[in-house]
Structures are given as structure tokens and as C-alpha cells.
Ligand binder design. Structure first.
Ligand code: IPD
Ligand code: CA
Ligand code: CA
Ligand code: CA
Length: 285
């Protein structure tokens, strides 16, 4: 209805404001010494800034929208249930690219997605190093700093640039499948495969047409929620690695500019299995 449309638009204005504010906190924090610890594996890093920025985002939003629900990476790590209900829900990654943040590698973002009845309504992603703001609301197009963006219309895989991410799970079996998938895509041949260390910014590069396809196993709902709206509104495809519809909690995604490109990636991939985000609420994954 136009009433809820107005309501979600207002929520999105707040999301933009808080994402930019949080992004500037991250930008400043990069210049100082970081207190780093690990979560599920020695390569799964977390810093005090991750927790502080999530707290800043959630407390600001909860103040304005007390009846809404919140899913955030660091709240989940602290034991909060990661379950998406029909209620208006905010899905937050306070710092996407924590490892980049630790190294001052300039690919770090704040990501805020919003879903109602499990449908994504809008997404906001702020690039903390260069201040680029990606936004999209369902049915209203996707924008980079207010300028409309569009995915690549390339259908020919031999002309594709492909993005992926490794994630924190580095056991030999996972790495074996992971590298097998990359080798296959490189020998196709495609133009290349890139790993930039931030799922959300990689997905934004699909939305702007800078790359043709993205796939990842092991990402979380907060890595994909905001970006999925941005890519779809930029004319792109976001699906499950099986070729079926995207399930935010399944920890698998293929994104591409065209159906042809998405289908090609789906056919090439050998799956890696991960526990769902909502499979064991409260347990660190
Ligand atoms: C991670 C980054 C990384 C990807 C991981 C994500 P975080 O997010 O996006 O590039 O490989 O799967 O978890 O932990 O830095 O927010
Ligand atoms: Ca993390
Ligand atoms: Ca992330
Ligand atoms: Ca994060």
C-alpha cells in the first residue's frame, strides 16, 4: 500500500543516515590501533570497532523503530537468535571486510538491509574508505551516490570478470573445492577471477557492471541482504547456487548481470556445505 511505501521510504532515509554515520566511525577507526580477536577460526577476525559500530547502528534504529526486529553479525555471535520472521527486520553487517579493516586494505563497508514479510524492501551499503553510497529500494531502481546504476548485460562467459570470496572456513576439503571452482572458471576461460575481501562491495561491483558474476559459499544473511536489493534493482539476478530462488539463510549465492551468466556459474560450481544461518540459533558459526 502507499502507506507502507511511505513508511519504508522513511526507514530507508534513517538507514542512509545511520550507515553514513557508522561508516565515518569506521573510517576514523582505521587510523588507530585495532584490538583484534578471533571467533570461529583463527582467520575469522573481529575487532572492538565491529561491536561498537553494530551497537551504534542497532541502538539508533531501535530508538526510532522499537517494534522492529534486528539481526546483526556481532549480536548473533554474542548468542542472539538469527531468525527472520514476517516482522519488519533490519539485517546489519556493521563492518563488512573486517580482515581488510585490520590491514587498512581499502575495501570495507557498512551494510544495512531491511525486510518485511521476509521480502527485502531496501538496502544501503556505505564504502568506508571512499565514502561511496549504494542504495536501492524495491521497485525504485539502484543508485551509486544518487546516480542510477545498471548491471553488465554481457552473456558471453569468455568476456566475463568473476568475483568470489573465501570466507573463514579453511579446512583442506573446503579449500580443495574452493580452488577447484576457481580453476574451472579460470580455464573456461573467463577474463579473470577476483577476491577483494568484502562480499558486500563485491556484490556492489556486480550492481554497477564492473564485473559480470559473483558466487560464494559460506556467506551470511548480513553479507547479502542489502546487496541483493541493489543488484536486482540494477537489473541483475540473485539466486541460490543450485539455480533456485535465493534463501537468505542458506549461506549460498550466485549473482550476475544476466540469466545466461548466472546459469553458467550454477552449472560450473561444485557445492560446499555450510550450516544455515538459522539452523542452530545462538551458536557461533
Ligand atoms: C566477510 C567478508 C569476506 C567474506 C566472508 C564474510 P566480515 O565478512 O565479506 O570477504 O569472504 O564470507 O564473512 O566478517 O568481514 O563481515
Ligand atoms: Ca565477521
Ligand atoms: Ca560480512
Ligand atoms: Ca562484519
Amino acid at each position: 500500500t502507499s502507506e507502507s511505501d511511505k513508511c519504508w521510504r522513511e526507514c530507508m532515509d534513517v538507514a542512509v543516515e545511520v550507515a553514513c554515520r557508522a561508516g565515518k566511525v569506521v573510517q576514523e577507526a582505521v587510523k588507530h590501533e585495532k584490538s583484534v580477536s578471533t571467533k570461529s577460526t583463527p582467520t575469522d577476525l573481529v575487532t572492538e570497532a565491529d561491536q561498537q559500530v553494530e551497537e551504534l547502528i542497532i541502538s539508533t534504529l531501535r530508538d526510532k523503530f522499537p517494534s522492529h526486529r534486528f539481526i546483526g553479525e556481532e549480536s548473533s555471535a554474542a548468542g542472539e537468535k538469527c531468525i527472520l520472521t514476517d516482522n519488519p527486520s533490519w539485517i546489519i553487517d556493521p563492518i563488512d571486510g573486517t580482515c581488510n579493516f585490520v590491514h587498512s586494505f581499502p575495501m570495507v563497508a557498512v551494510s544495512i538491509g531491511f525486510a518485511v514479510k521476509k521480502e527485502l524492501e531496501f538496502g544501503v551499503i556505505y564504502h568506508c574508505f571512499d565514502g561511496t553510497l549504494y542504495t536501492a529500494r524495491k521497485g525504485h531502481g539502484a543508485f551509486c551516490n544518487g546516480v542510477r546504476i545498471q548491471v553488465s548485460k554481457e552473456k558471453d562467459v569468455s568476456k566475463a570478470l568473476i568475483l568470489t570470496e573465501i570466507g573463514a572456513k579453511r579446512d583442506p576439503a573446503t579449500l580443495n573445492i574452493f580452488s577447484g571452482n576457481i580453476m574451472k572458471l579460470l580455464s573456461a576461460p573467463t577474463h579473470g577471477v577476483r577476491i577483494i575481501g568484502s562480499s558486500t562491495l563485491a556484490l556492489c561491483l556486480i550492481a554497477t557492471g564492473a564485473a559480470e558474476a559473483y558466487y560464494q559459499y559460506g556467506l551470511h544473511c548480513w553479507d547479502i541482504a542489502a546487496a541483493a536489493v541493489i543488484i536486482r534493482e540494477a537489473g541483475g539476478i540473485v539466486i541460490d547456487t543450485s539455480g533456485g530462488p535465493l534463501d537468505l539463510m542458506s549461506r549460498r549465492v550466485v549473482a550476475a548481470g544476466t540469466h545466461e551468466m548466472a546459469n553458467y556459474i550454477v552449472q560450473q560450481l561444485q557445492p560446499i556445505s555450510y550450516e544455515r544461518d538459522d539452523s542452530d540459533p545462538g551458536v557461533q558459526k
